[in-house]
Design a protein around this ligand. Structure first.
Ligand code: FAD
Length: 409
């Protein structure tokens, strides 16, 4: 309970970065972060944990250490929004009032949407890099597998880090290739989508790796159930106009769960038809509630849901929220930037960086990093540079990384 100038729902990548960016600009206003979790995760690190490159512990920090100085941490779960009363409702029955609301509670991982999945995760060769709990199990399975069949799945979009399902496959194959066992493993990628990656310019480089690893690409093939003890996965596949069910036996399977807007967002007045918090794609302001903003995985904008996107969105929302507090119109806009470092082999990355509509938005000149080709420098970025940039730059609201783009009026 209480009343604040600014209330932020969610203390993940987007929430902490935005809070820090706002307080850097104005440390006198009252700001609260509603966040139930004691732990904050660097989720982009889980792909690397699954391939034995990062240590699991390095991907988590105590939330208490990351809440910026000057912010109040309300350790509770939000259960709803009452934007007509400028209130966030809490699970414990309380509520918090705001002048400006920033919603960023992330995306829901819907493990229960796949019958049989939850019971067998972490056992029977069933794993997922989408969880702190199981990323290290991926690594163990990959190291132990010497032959048989390995399945990798991708659900219907949107999901966070659209490239992560295939990253898991490429890095596993890279490990098997080096161990000399790849030829004896039937690798299959099953995606619910009609293309390997949503932005076509990156597909040729990815297809080269699919071929090099001898992986079987199954488009429009959606995991619908899993029997862990029997080691059988069932896919619904599109064959012409018809949907058929196909069973595949596996020795290991890497599952990416279906993802949706969090239930309390979906059922709130802030939701777009998609269930995510409705925003104007440029200003990230709610079209019906001018004192409400949203960013990160929970917002309805059509960018790639990544921490890289949240890094660019945070200062835009920070300055627009401060403008709203002062009774002014938004002053900055967001171009849809998102980035997906596709780890195609140990030591090389295809660095996809693009904005709304798939428009390429490279951070580096082509002679340094050509995003459409595998690059060692991109690997160095992901492996060595980006984690400290995340912890010490983005989450501290340091502006040298991203200045918000100001709207020309
Ligand atoms: P999160 O960081 O998930 O934070 C949401 C926060 O909201 C959490 O702290 C949660 O506890 C809190 N919350 C939830 N419900 C409530 C509630 N009811 N009330 C209050 N708080 C609540 N991104 C990249 O840029 N590059 C990558 O290479 C990359 N790889 C990835 C690989 C994997 C395996 C995964 C899982 C993700 C990857 N991402 C990557 C995506 C990136 O992690 C997310 O896009 C990013 O964390 C989004 O930030 P967010 O703040 O919106 O959500």
């Amino acid at each position: 309970s209480g009343s604040y100038d600014i209330v932020i729902v969610g203390g993940g990548s987007a929430g902490i970065a935005t809070a820090a960016s706002i307080l850097k600009r104005n440390s006198r206003l009252s700001l609260a972060i509603i966040e139930p979790s004691e732990v904050h995760y660097y989720q982009p690190g889980w792909t690397m944990v699954g391939a034995d490159i990062f240590n699991l512990e390095s991907t988590r920090r105590a939330e208490a250490q990351l809440i910026p100085q000057g912010a109040t941490w309300i350790k509770a779960s939000a259960s709803g929004f009452a934007p007509d009363e400028n209130k966030v409702l809490l699970c414990d029955g309380g509520s918090v009032s705001y002048r400006v609301l920033i919603a960023c509670p992330g995306i829901k991982l819907d493990w229960d949407a796949i019958p049989g999945l939850r019971d067998t995760l972490g056992r029977n060769g069933v794993t997922s890099n989408y969880s702190y709990e199981f990323a290290a199990y991926t690594c163990r399975l990959v190291k132990e597998l010497k032959g048989g069949r390995a399945l990798f799945t991708q659900p219907v979009m949107p999901i966070k880090c659209a490239g992560a399902p295939q990253k898991a496959m490429y890095l596993s194959c890279s490990i098997w290739e080096r161990a000399g066992v790849l030829k004896g493993i039937d690798v299959q990628f099953h995606t619910a989508g009609a293309a390997l990656f949503g932005v076509p310019v990156y597909v040729p480089a990815l297809m080269e790796y699919v071929e090099r690893y001898g992986a079987h690409l199954n488009l429009e093939s959606r995991l619908v159930s899993i029997d862990g003890p029997a080691k059988v996965a069932t896919f619904e596949q599109k064959r012409g106009d018809e949907l058929t069910q196909v069973e595949e036996r596996f020795d290991m399977i890497h599952v990416v769960p279906p993802q949706t807007a969090p239930d309390f967002v979906r059922s709130s007045p802030l939701a777009a038809p998609s269930g995510f918090v409705e925003v104007d794609e440029a200003t990230l302001r709610h079209p019906r509630y001018p004192n409400v903003f949203a960013l990160g995985d929970a917002c309805s904008a059509s960018n790639a849901k990544t921490a890289a996107a949240a890094r660019k969105q945070a200062p835009v929302v920070a300055v627009n929220a401060l403008a709203a507090l002062a009774g002014r119109e938004p002053v900055a806009d967001y171009d849809g930037y998102g980035s997906c470092p596709l780890t195609v082999e140990k030591g090389k990355i295809v660095l996809a960086e693009f904005g709304y509509g798939g428009k390429p938005l490279p951070s580096f000149p082509t002679w340094l990093i050509d995003g459409t080709r595998p690059s060692r420098l991109s690997w160095l970025l992901k492996d060595t540079i980006l984690p400290p940039v995340y912890w010490h730059g983005m989450l501290k609201g340091r502006e040298w990384m991203v200045k918000p783009h100001l709207i020309d009026r």
